[in-house]
Design a protein around this ligand. Structure first.
Ligand code: S3P
Length: 175
C-alpha cells in the first residue's frame, strides 16, 4: 500500500515549503509544491499570473494541479496558503493525504513575511500587516477545521518542526 501524502497547509510564511522539502528528504519521499507546479504548467511566476491574469485564473490553475497531486500518494506536498479554502481541493487532498496545519501566530507570520513581500502578490502594495490580519481572520477557522494534525510552530526552528511532523507521521502507521 502506498503511504498517504503528507500535505502541509497554513498561511503564507508558515514554513510549508522549507519544512516540506526537509521533511521529504528525511522521510525519503518526493516533494511537490503547488505554487511550483502552477508555475510549471503556466510558464509564469505566481506574481505574474496575479498581475496579468488575475486571482481567479491563478485559483483555477491551482485547482488543476491539486487534482493531479490528489491522484498519487507517498509524497510531501506544500500547499499555497489559499488551497484549502476551496472545499473540492480539500476533498481531493484528503482522499490520499493527511493534512498537517503548520500553525503560527500573526506576529511570527508578519516577521517572516516582511522578508519576501515581493514574492507574495496578496501582500504587495498594501499595508501587509493589516492584510495578514484580515486574511487570518477569514482563514484560520478553515485551516483548523480541515486539518488532521495541527503543529504549533512559533517556538520551533524549521528543523525542529520537521522532527515534530515526522514523529507524528511515524506514530500514524495507517497513513
Ligand atoms: C496565497 C499563498 C501563496 C500563493 C499565492 C496565494 C494565498 O503561497 O499560492 O500567492 O492565497 O495565501 P504560500 O502560502 O506558499 O506563500
Amino acid at each position: 500500500m502506498t503511504a498517504k501524502n503528507i500535505v502541509l497547509i497554513g498561511f503564507m510564511g508558515s514554513g510549508k515549503s522549507t519544512i516540506g522539502r526537509h521533511l521529504a528528504m528525511r522521510l525519503e519521499r518526493s516533494f511537490v509544491d503547488t505554487d511550483d507546479l502552477v508555475e510549471t504548467v503556466s510558464g509564469k511566476k505566481v506574481v505574474q499570473i496575479f498581475e496579468e491574469d488575475g486571482e481567479a485564473v491563478f485559483r483555477a490553475l491551482e485547482k488543476q494541479v491539486v487534482r493531479e497531486i490528489s491522484k498519487q500518494g507517498g509524497r510531501v506536498v506544500a500547499c499555497g496558503g489559499g488551497v484549502v479554502l476551496d472545499p473540492e481541493n480539500v476533498a481531493g487532498l484528503k482522499e490520499n493525504g493527511v493534512l498537517v496545519y503548520l500553525k503560527a501566530s500573526k506576529e511570527t507570520l508578519v516577521k517572516r513575511l516582511k522578508r519576501g513581500i515581493d514574492r507574495r502578490p496578496l501582500l504587495r502594495g498594501v499595508d501587509a500587516e493589516k492584510k495578514v490580519d484580515e486574511l487570518l481572520d477569514k482563514r484560520v477557522a478553515t485551516y483548523e477545521s480541515v486539518a488532521d494534525v495541527v503543529v504549533e510552530t512559533d517556538a520551533l526552528s524549521p528543523m525542529d518542526a520537521v522532527g515534530v511532523v515526522a514523529g507524528i507521521i511515524e506514530e500514524r502507521p495507517d497513513d
